[in-house]
Design a protein around this ligand. Structure first.
Ligand code: MG
Length: 182
């Protein structure tokens, strides 16, 4: 079985501008590519799991989201890094219209996408990690059975996390170094 590092996207890999609604707006955070390359070289599967309720809210469509995800991979590849897969949840329980407005199990802290990825990529969740900038990333990682690391490059500050992460890192690179030291 594979070990994996699951990554939140906005505020963890790239700058969080509230909603990234066009691929032109996607900017990697300074050390993200270097961090992901370390994981690639160490044999971890790198899987992005992202809430994208901007789709439900009608701010952008799934076509644009796929263009944004392609751009993310392109930026990473230009620096010698890559992610193995990208999963996103386009739903919201209270915003937008059918088919996007609904209760789902894939919006973090739900773990539907972790389960899907684990099955497809043969991942041992107990040997895996989740890195994100939001309390719901930490919670989702724990519910999925991974260890969770909070990064301080985005949304959340540590005191807001009721579900305590195993580690708090200044950015993705520091989080990855902590994982690789273990
Ligand atoms: Mg985030």
């Amino acid at each position: 079985m594979n070990k994996a590092v699951f990554l939140d996207k906005d505020g963890t890999i790239n700058e969080d501008l509230g909603y990234i609604s066009h691929y032109r707006d996607l900017k990697l955070l300074p050390h993200s590519a270097a961090a992901i390359k370390l994981l690639n070289d160490a044999g971890y599967k790198v899987i992005v799991i992202s809430n994208q309720s901007g789709v439900a809210r009608g701010m952008f469509g799934e076509d644009m989201l796929q263009a944004i995800n392609k751009t993310l991979q392109k930026h990473l590849l230009s620096k010698g890094a890559f992610v193995d897969d990208i999963y996103y949840c386009p739903h919201h329980s209270e915003h937008g219209e059918y088919p996007y407005r609904r209760e789902c199990d894939c919006r973090k802290p739900g773990i539907g996408l972790f389960k899907k990825a684990a099955k497809r990529h043969d991942i041992d969740l107990a040997k895996s990690f989740m890195i994100g900038d939001h309390a719901r990333d930490i919670e989702a990682g724990h519910k999925a059975g991974t260890k969770s690391i909070l990064v301080l490059t985005g949304h959340e500050i540590e005191k807001d996390c009721k579900d305590k992460p195993e580690h708090v890192a200044k950015d993705l690179l520091e989080a990855v170094k902590w994982i690789l030291k273990k």
